[in-house]
Design a protein around this ligand. Structure first.
Ligand code: FE
Length: 200
């Protein structure tokens, strides 16, 4: 059963001016699509083909003979998750149980934001910034290339793609501007709260 490229959860123009339709078209239709195509090709005819993509990520992580499968599986999953973490007129602050947990584990929303922006800004080269639930505690993490929290036994709640293809057309080298815009204007906190509720 092949993993299908999910459609974007909004129109190509929906995140403008923060993320342009050109960026979404290249990022979703070319980059994300390629990871999905490569993943399906690589697992076709193997025992991994019948497993869920999350199971494949866990099964191939750290296996040097399956690096290509891991990279494409994780990138296929990471991008689907990333699209859902954004929405038009997003940003603002979380509410309810998630807001309480952020205050408890980070001290304040501003402290969370500071850590998240630092993670995105200091990830050297390609990778991802995350909010995860790790053994009952919220943490901000960063990962290189395709690596993701599922592989590390954590529950991902929020991610920001910091590969250059995520922002270069709109922000060129100004990754910090992209990251600040992501937090202030794009995060879909309802989706993050759903992940948190499901993880508890
Ligand atoms: Fe990407």
């Amino acid at each position: 059963m092949a993993y299908e490229l999910p459609p974007l959860p909004y129109d190509y123009e929906a995140l403008a001016p923060h993320v342009s339709s050109d960026t979404l078209k290249f990022h979703h239709d070319k980059h994300h699509a390629a990871y999905v195509t490569n993943f399906n090709k690589m697992v076709e005819g193997t025992e991994l083909a019948s497993q869920s993509i999350e199971e494949v990520i866990k099964a191939t992580y750290g296996d040097s003979s399956k690096t290509g499968i891991f990279n494409n599986a994780a990138q296929a999953w990471n991008h689907t998750f990333y699209w859902n973490c954004m929405k038009p007129n997003g940003g603002g602050t979380p509410t309810g149980a998630l807001a309480d947990k952020i205050n408890a584990d980070f001290g304040s929303f501003d402290k969370f934001k500071e850590e998240f922006l630092a993670a995105g800004g200091t990830q050297f080269g390609s990778g991802w910034a995350w909010l995860v639930l790790d053994k009952g505690t919220l943490k901000v993490t960063k990962t290189s290339n395709a690596e993701n929290p599922i592989a590390l036994g954590q529950t991902p709640l929020l991610t920001m793609d910091v590969w250059e293809h995520a922002y270069y057309l709109d922000y060129q080298n100004r990754r910090p501007d992209y990251a600040k815009t992501f937090v202030d204007s794009l995060i879909n906190w309802d989706y993050v709260a759903e992940q948190f509720a499901a993880a508890k």
